[in-house]
Write a protein that binds this ligand. Structure first.
Ligand code: GFB
Length: 325
């Protein structure tokens, strides 16, 4: 990828996509093509075909997806499977038709079987049943991987797939019901009242590996330069904690002193999802941002965003009152 190459980042407002744009700009890539959801609905076949015919990007980072935490996955499986399959099918197919030189597809560590040996090696894909809480999302992501591999085999397309572990970072969703665990806990502890327990979900015993989105973006740019094989490649930190340990760390960062309760009627999800990173490390990439450091930075960003919202709120309110007049 030279610095003038036309690069399309699909999903540039999301957690992964926004980090990719920051990393590309920081490395001097000047010719980025970006479209918001309102400008281009990636589930629409004709609109995506038209976009690729007009823009003809040379490189594509496919970071657009419908994503959410454990509860969102459980309550809206139809949306997760439909939207993700449509987005992937449209973007991957049109990328091939319009002559894209290389495409990087972002999968997820939930593609591996629920009872996968740990750490999870790339070759364990499709060796056992999936975790139920996010099966629809995982099946869609597996379809995306298989589509990249099929286009590689049949057409010689240089389409690669990466499997990130659980991500966190700036610009995440903080929706209490739909968010992933890190933004959900940051918000819960931040908004907690001193005498009421903060209610967390499940038993706290599942283990998760977390990676900052800026590290993910660094790895993706690196792999775009050095990796051309159809086999999937894991991206993670190797840093694993239990949800209980994660909660204790976040509680400390936020400075919360009140009680914590665990709602065991909510699902735990996969007991463990630690990625094997041998392939990535052999290629010469390692993460830089430690979990505690990353969490503190994200909490600082969350507080800045909150302040901004509180400051803007009276202005927005006044404007809407004025509009009604
Ligand atoms: O991040 P998370 O929603 O998704 O939840 P998964 C991780 C763990 O945190 C689960 C627990 O064991 C939750 O029960 N948890 C505790 C909480 N309190 C909370 C809370 O307030 N909110 C949330 N969200 N969790 C996702 C998949 O699985 O992983 C996605 O559903 C995707 O499809 C993503 O693959 C990477 O790690 O369980």
């Amino acid at each position: 990828m030279n610095k003038e190459a036309k690069i399309y980042v699909a999903g540039h407002r999301g957690l992964a996509g926004s980090a990719l744009v920051r990393a590309l700009k920081a490395q001097g890539y000047r010719n980025l093509v970006l479209r918001t959801h309102a400008e281009l609905d990636l589930t629409g076949q004709a609109a995506v075909a038209d976009f690729f015919n007009r823009e003809k990007p040379a490189y594509v980072f496919l970071a657009a997806a419908k994503v959410g935490g454990i509860l969102a996955n459980g309550t809206c499986p139809a949306e997760f499977i439909r939207e993700n399959i449509l987005i992937q099918a449209n973007v991957i197919h049109q990328a091939r038709l319009s002559g894209v030189k290389k495409l990087l597809f972002l999968g997820s560590s939930c593609i591996y079987p629920r009872h996968c040996p740990q750490p999870m090696r790339e070759e364990y894909l499709l060796t056992g049943p999936l975790e139920q809480t996010n099966e629809a999302y995982a099946v869609a992501k597996i379809a995306g991987i298989k589509m990249c591999q099929a286009y590689h085999r049949q057409y010689g397309a240089n389409f690669i797939s990466v499997m990130p572990t659980n991500l966190y970072g700036p610009g995440d969703s903080y929706d209490p019901q739909n968010a992933h665990v890190i933004p959900a806990l940051l918000r819960k502890f931040h908004e907690a009242l001193p005498d009421k327990p903060v209610v967390l979900w499940g038993t706290g015993s599942p283990r998760r590996e977390f990676l900052h989105s800026d590290d993910l973006a660094g790895a993706c740019l690196y792999l775009m330069q050095v990796y051309d094989r159809p086999e999937v490649i894991n991206i993670g930190s190797g840093e694993e904690v239990t949800i209980r340990e994660l909660a204790a760390t976040i509680r400390q960062i936020v400075g919360h002193r009140g009680p914590v309760a665990w709602d065991k009627t909510k699902p735990d999800g996969a007991p463990r999802k630690l990625l094997d990173l041998s392939r990535l490390h052999r290629l010469g990439w390692r993460h830089k941002i430690g979990l505690k450091e990353g969490l503190a930075a994200v909490y600082a960003e969350f507080k800045r965003g909150n302040k901004l919202r509180t400051r803007l709120f009276p202005v927005i309110l006044k404007a809407s009152v004025n509009q009604k007049r």
